[in-house]
Design a binder for this molecule. Structure first.
Ligand SMILES: [Zn+2]
Length: 229
C-alpha cells in the first residue's frame, strides 16, 4: 500500500476531463483530509454540444461554472489557467504555467492525461506531456498517474486502480452538471458504470465479481517509502 499523499493535483485540459478521469479518486483523497486541487488549462469554450446545433459559441465562463457545480461541497479547489481551448502545445509556456501551480500547491501526487492514448484530443496529449515534464522538476511530487477521460484507446494500459464504489453515484451526479455537453455518450450514467466495472474486470476480476467499481490509471512514477515514512 502506498503512503497517503499530502497534496493531490489533477492537471487537465478542459472542464469535465477531471470528473470523467478521476472524480471518485479525488473525492476519496479529499475525504481522507488530503488537499486536492483541479487545474484546468482551458475554459473549454470550443466544446459545443452535438445536440445543441443552434449554439455556435459558449460563454467564456459557462463550462467553468459547470465544473464549479460538479465540485461544489467536495472541498476540492478548482483553478483555470485560461489558455486557448483546442490550441494547447507542450511548449515552454504551458510547462512553466503548470510547474508554477505544482510548486505553489506543494503537489505530492500528480494526476493528468495519458501519454499513450493514441489519437485522443490534441489538448489532452499536450497537457499529458507538459504536466509530466513539469512534475519531474518539482521535488515534492513523488507520484504521477495518468488517466483517460473518454473511451480508453487500446494504447491506454492502466496498472493502478482506485476503488470508487462508494462515490460512484456522486460521480454520476457530477457529470450531469455539464449541461452544455448534454447528449455526449461518455457523460451518461450507463457508460460511467460500465467503464468503472470494466476497469475492475480487466485488472482485478475477483473484486469486480464482488460488485466493486474502479477508476484506472497508468503510473509513470511511484515512490515507495519517502523520507517522511
Ligand atoms: Zn477534454
Amino acid at each position: 500500500m502506498l503512503s497517503q499523499p499530502d497534496c493531490v493535483v489533477a492537471v487537465v485540459a478542459h472542464p469535465d476531463d477531471a470528473e470523467l478521469m478521476c472524480y471518485g479518486t479525488l473525492c476519496r483523497f479529499r475525504r481522507l483530509g488530503v488537499a486536492v486541487t483541479v487545474v484546468i488549462a482551458t475554459n473549454g469554450v470550443n466544446g459545443v454540444s452535438l445536440t445543441d446545433r443552434d449554439r455556435v459559441r459558449l460563454g467564456e465562463q459557462e463550462r467553468l461554472a459547470e465544473s464549479a457545480v460538479s465540485f461544489a461541497d467536495t472541498g476540492i479547489e478548482v483553478v483555470c489557467l485560461g489558455l486557448s481551448d483546442g490550441a494547447l502545445r507542450a511548449d515552454r509556456e504551458l510547462i512553466s504555467r503548470i510547474e508554477s501551480e505544482l510548486v505553489r500547491l506543494g503537489c505530492t501526487m500528480l494526476l493528468t492525461h495519458s501519454q499513450h492514448s493514441g489519437n485522443d484530443h490534441q489538448d489532452h496529449l499536450a497537457v499529458a506531456k507538459a504536466a509530466s515534464n513539469a512534475a519531474t522538476r518539482v521535488p515534492s511530487c513523488t507520484a504521477i498517474l495518468h488517466g483517460e477521460p473518454h473511451a480508453p484507446r487500446n494504447t491506454f494500459r492502466p496498472n493502478v486502480l482506485v476503488d470508487v464504489t462508494d462515490v460512484l453515484a456522486d460521480k454520476v451526479k457530477a457529470l450531469q452538471a455539464h449541461q452544455t455537453q448534454g447528449g455526449r455518450w461518455y457523460l451518461s450514467e450507463e457508460y460511467t458504470r460500465h467503464r468503472a466495472a470494466e476497469a475492475g474486470w480487466s485488472l482485478t476480476p475477483a473484486r469486480a465479481a464482488h460488485g466493486r467499481y474502479f477508476e484506472a490509471f497508468e503510473a509513470s512514477l511511484i515512490t515507495l517509502l519517502g523520507p517522511e515514512d
